[in-house]
Write a protein that binds this ligand. Structure first.
Ligand code: PGA
Length: 255
């Protein structure tokens, strides 16, 4: 197992927080704090903040991502945003399949797969979220569930395209709850997702795929989580809204 074969990525997921004016301030605060990062730094922001965030981050090491995209290229989908629209404005990353989309907006493994396909076709890099709910962990089906979500989401994705897939393992019970998975729990599931990728593609593809942990990662627990050999970064919600906290996680990932 060689961690050096893949990129460490710390990505913020701002969710439905920050107006464009506030986004500009937060990105500006982050810039000096993360400028020496030895990992990739991404801020995934609400659609209306994308233009301002791109402008504020221009010429820095902060990359900007969106939090979702639609699967169709265009059409009668009121209120939706296509992957091509994101790409055309200079966006590089998009989160797909976040558990809040699955929980509140009817996202299924099949629509996750359709969105992944659309994002790849548009030239975006995908941060694909998978993870079990509390009841599923209690039922002992975490492994099966995460493998299934991964396999369905990656239907029709080629080995070559896997270089534009980042996977975020996010146990639903740990998101926004302050209940972080232990480092060993995170390692166990990130490792089994990597094994699943090796089965679907090759060991080489699996070794090169960045697999993040997400779920109440913060400045206090990041170092331990990131010390695990299969944990290649983090997808950060709450702690990404405070520049100093986010920067501490970036620092931990840069060690
Ligand atoms: P959290 O969110 O860090 O606030 O738990 C993580 C996420 O939902 O991506």
């Amino acid at each position: 197992m060689n961690k050096a074969k893949r990129k460490t990525i710390i990505a913020g997921n701002w969710k439905m927080n920050k107006t464009p004016a506030e986004a500009k301030v937060l990105i500006s605060e982050m810039i000096p704090l993360v400028k020496d990062a030895d990992c990739d730094v991404i801020a995934c922001v609400p659609f209306v903040d994308l233009a301002v965030a791109l402008e504020a981050a221009q010429g820095t090491n902060i990359k900007i991502g969106a939090e979702n995209c639609h699967w169709a290229k265009s059409g009668a989908f009121t209120g939706e945003i296509s992957a091509d629209m994101l790409k055309s404005m200079g966006i590089e990353y998009v989160i797909i399949g976040h558990s809040e989309r699955r929980q509140y907006f009817g996202e299924t493994d099949v629509t996750v797969n359709q969105r992944v396909r659309a994002a790849l076709d548009a030239g975006l890099t995908v941060i694909l979220c998978v993870g079990e709910q509390k009841v599923e962990r209690e039922q002992g089906i975490t492994a099966e569930l995460c493998r299934m979500q991964t396999k369905v989401a990656l239907q029709g994705v080629t080995a070559e395209e896997m270089s534009r897939i980042v996977i975020a393992y996010e146990p639903v019970w740990a998101i926004g709850t302050g209940l972080t998975a232990t480092a060993d729990q995170a390692e166990e599931v990130c490792a089994l997702i990597r094994d699943c990728i090796a089965e679907l593609y090759t060991a080489e593809v699996a070794e090169a795929t960045t697999i993040q942990y997400g779920g109440s990662m913060n400045d206090a627990n990041a170092e331990e989580l990131l010390s695990k050999v299969n944990v290649d970064g983090g997808l950060i919600g709450g702690a990404s809204l405070i520049a100093e906290k986010f920067a501490k996680i970036v620092e931990a990932a840069s060690k």
